[in-house]
Design a protein around this ligand. Structure first.
Ligand SMILES: Cc1cc2nc3c(=O)[nH]c(=O)nc-3n(C[C@H](O)[C@H](O)[C@H](O)COP(=O)(O)OP(=O)(O)OC[C@H]3O[C@@H](n4cnc5c(N)ncnc54)[C@H](O)[C@@H]3O)c2cc1C
Length: 68
């Protein structure tokens, strides 16, 4: 059942929305509602292959572009 009110409503429980809700809770907010139209993490989050090397055969480059 949904609460009648919330301090923050986060729409979408992928990695972005779930992270926002988590960190708001860590910062002390106690009335955060996370809404998801399907199952948790069922959007693009469930498709991610977990990162990878791009554009270079060098093992020193990662997807973040920072050296390892
Ligand atoms: C095939 C594929 C492979 C990928 N591989 C990688 C990878 O290897 N490495 C990497 O870093 N990234 C990868 N990505 C990208 C990564 O998955 C996305 O950038 C990331 O998961 C997006 O997260 P998100 O929370 O923003 O969106 P999503 O995970 O899509 O979450 C959005 C959620 O919002 C919900 N929603 C939408 N509208 C509403 C509404 N009106 N009401 C309620 N809920 C709603 C959806 O149901 C969904 O669950 C890949 C993406 C794809 C598609």
């Amino acid at each position: 059942m949904l609460p009648r009110s919330a301090e923050v409503v986060v729409i979408g429980a992928g990695v972005t929305g779930a992270s926002i809700a988590y960190y708001l809770g860590r910062r002390g907010l106690r009335n955060v509602v996370l809404l998801e139209q399907d199952a948790l993490g069922s959007g693009a989050t469930s498709k991610a292959a977990g990162g990878g090397v791009y554009g270079s055969s060098s093992p020193r480059r990662s997807t973040s572009g920072s050296p390892r």
